[in-house]
Write a protein that binds this ligand. Structure first.
Ligand code: ADP
Length: 607
């Protein structure tokens, strides 16, 4: 915050106001007082002069009109003696002039030469001609003092017989005025000095709490709410300080609540599995949580402030307006060649009560698994329908032929019936397999586990196949004499091994070899059944455990397979805690491996 200059501060303003008030007050008082005083002094001076002028005028008139004898003094002499007797500090000079403007006498001893001369003074002339008193103030040319000039007509029997000219020293009055002005100025200066000191002190009592509050507000802006403003009194500023402290507390509470809410929100956003993106009203990203960064695989700096439509990669097909009006969720396909990746995105608009759109929130959810399941489910339904429709179509056409009369034909009828029977059995197998898979999916089954010697169990199954085999294949048993015990559901494992061995026989050429082996590693046995059949193309090897997957559909179906055998096998082996996989080389043969946990290695323990 900008610092307030001392001259611009309230402190100085208050002091200035006091000074101005004092100056104005002193000026008004001074002006009125001085004017009144000047008038009084001047009045007093002029009254005192006028009183004496009256006396002089009388004496002068008497002398002028006096009838004189030879032995009597002349009018000039008598007037001179009167004027010489006049001893007054404030009267500078007195002249008596007759009606012809001739100077009859002067009180100025050093200036007696002017007696008998004609007076050139305008006021004298005017006083004689107009018979009125003339007065004015002028400056003495020698002393530069102000003098009051008075020319009063000497009237006898209504006729002007002369004029009395007086120069009085009025400078004293102005001197007194100056002294008083000086006293007033000194008083004002002292008053101002006291005012400045008092002003500074008084202003401090106002500005200190304000300055405290300013510092407190600055600290609050930086997030420091621990300070408190000192309350100096119970006046308005004190009340303001109390209110300010109250405000600080409320603000601190509000801030900590907001902070807690912000932290809560941040942790919710960071810890949720879904990605969240928030935009401003122009559709630019203002917030993105970590899961959204992970899901979109873009660095945060590249997302913030960018339009959401380009962040989501939908700028070619959609505008921000479209997203605001979008009612349903949108699936974003971000799949790469290596892996599928589908993001389900839901948009919700942040709107004010007025309907003004403030922004948009996008919630991203990894929907890859769900999509995969949906696709698999659709494929599964299509596969089941297809698998059931094929035998049903075959049966329908054969039964139609029989109904059309073929039943009478002794040669064709048994063959046709045989076909429908085979197809029916295949459908039963298929339905049974599906039921079994559905049970396994819903975990609606129990494993009837028992501990068996695996080699014995394996040999018994191979024996069964050896006895019933119709084609020319040779069996090689590569089983050790060591007894390995496994905790298995023998029925289910028999089913698994039947499927693998029958597949090996199905896809083996005449004269082929089928090898059976068991290897032990730590506490696991790996069972291995290999053939020298047609093999499986490398890209399909892992898919043979998928439901309904067949490398060569037509061929496999013609061999009576449902395409579910290995899928069931995988479910069962995994239910036993093992793993199943295949290795194959096209044209050379296939090996199916699966693992089982060994329960007891010590020979003879369970025999
Ligand atoms: P099916 O009932 O069709 O045999 P499976 O689930 O048992 O179904 O096998 C799936 C597919 O895997 C078969 O259709 C076949 O194409 C392939 N397959 C399984 N075992 C072998 C094998 N030993 N040699 C070659 N292909 C095999």
């Amino acid at each position: 915050m900008q610092k307030v200059g001392y001259l611009k501060s309230i402190h100085m303003k208050i002091v200035f106001i006091y000074i101005l008030l004092i100056i104005i007050a002193m000026q008004i008082i001074g002006l009125y007082f001085v004017r009144e005083l000047e008038q009084t002094l001047r009045g007093n001076f002029q009254t005192s002069i006028s009183d004496r002028v009256g006396l002089l005028e009388f004496s002068a008139r008497e002398e002028i009109i006096k009838v004189r004898n030879e032995e009597d003094l002349t009018v000039q002499q008598s007037l001179r003696s009167i004027l010489y007797g006049l001893d007054s500090y404030d009267i500078k000079e007195v002249r008596v002039i007759d009606a012809n403007y001739q100077i009859l006498a002067t009180s100025d001893i050093s200036n007696q030469s002017i007696v008998g001369q004609r007076s050139m003074d305008e006021s004298v002339k005017l006083s004689i001609t107009a018979a009125t008193l003339q007065e004015n103030i002028s400056i003495d040319s020698e002393t530069r003092d102000r003098i009051w000039i008075l020319a009063t007509p000497i009237i006898y029997q209504g006729e002007v017989i002369g004029s009395l000219y007086i120069e009085s020293n009025i400078e004293n009055v102005f001197g007194q005025m100056n002294e008083i002005n000086g006293i007033l100025a000194g008083g004002t200066a002292v008053a101002l000095a006291i005012t400045i000191i008092l002003g500074v002190l008084i202003a401090q009592t106002i500005t200190r709490p304000i300055s405290d509050m300013r510092k407190q507000a600055q600290a609050m802006a930086k997030g420091n709410f621990s300070r408190k403003v000192r309350v100096y009194g119970n006046d308005e500023i004190g009340q303001l300080a109390i209110a300010f402290n109250h405000l600080t507390n409320r603000l601190q509470e509000a801030q900590s609540t907001t902070e807690a809410e912000r932290r809560k929100l941040a942790s919710v956003l960071a810890n949720m599995t879904d990605g969240v993106i928030a935009t401003d009203r122009k559709g630019r990203v203002i917030l993105i949580n970590d899961p959204a960064i992970r899901l979109l695989r873009i660095p945060r700096e590249m997302v913030l402030n960018r339009p959401i439509i380009s962040v989501l990669g939908i700028d070619s097909a959609h505008s921000f307006e479209d997203l605001i009006h979008l009612k349903e969720s949108m699936n974003l396909d971000l799949s790469t060649q290596e892996r599928p990746f589908i993001l389900r995105t839901n948009f919700s608009v942040i709107q004010k009560e007025t309907g003004f759109v403030n922004g948009l929130i996008a919630v991203l959810h990894d929907n890859t698994e769900q999509e995969k399941i949906d696709i698999e489910r659709r494929e599964f339904v299509a596969n089941v329908s297809h698998e059931l429709r094929t035998p049903l179509t075959t049966m329908s056409s054969y039964l139609e032929a029989l109904a059309d009369g073929a039943w009478k034909d002794d040669e064709i009828a048994p063959t046709f019936l045989q076909v429908t029977q085979t197809e029916t059995q295949r459908m039963i197998r298929l339905v049974n397999d599906l039921l079994q898979l559905s049970k396994m999916d819903s975990r609606d089954y129990d494993l009837n586990r028992e501990i068996v010697n695996f080699n014995q169990f394996f040999n018994r199954i191979i024996d069964r196949f050896e006895l019933s085999k119709s084609q020319h294949v040779t069996f090689h048993r590569m089983l050790s004499d060591t007894a390995y015990y496994v905790d298995i559901d023998t029925d289910k494992l028999t089913q698994v091994m039947d499927n693998i061995i029958s597949n090996a026989m199905k896809y083996s050429p005449d004269g082929g070899n089928i090898r059976f082996g068991v290897a032990v590693q730590e506490n696991m046995i790996t069972v291995m059944i290999s053939d020298e059949g047609m093999g499986i193309p490398p890209e399909n090897v892992n898919r043979i455990f998928d439901r309904f997957y067949r490398v060569d559909r037509a061929r496999a179906r013609s061999m009576g397979g449902t395409g579910l055998g290995l899928a069931i096998a995988r479910e069962m082996i995994e239910a036993h805690g093992g793993r199943i996989w295949a290795e194959s080389e096209e044209g050379y043969g296939t090996t199916i491996f699966f693992t089982l946990k060994v329960e007891m290695g010590e020979e003879g323990e369970w025999d």
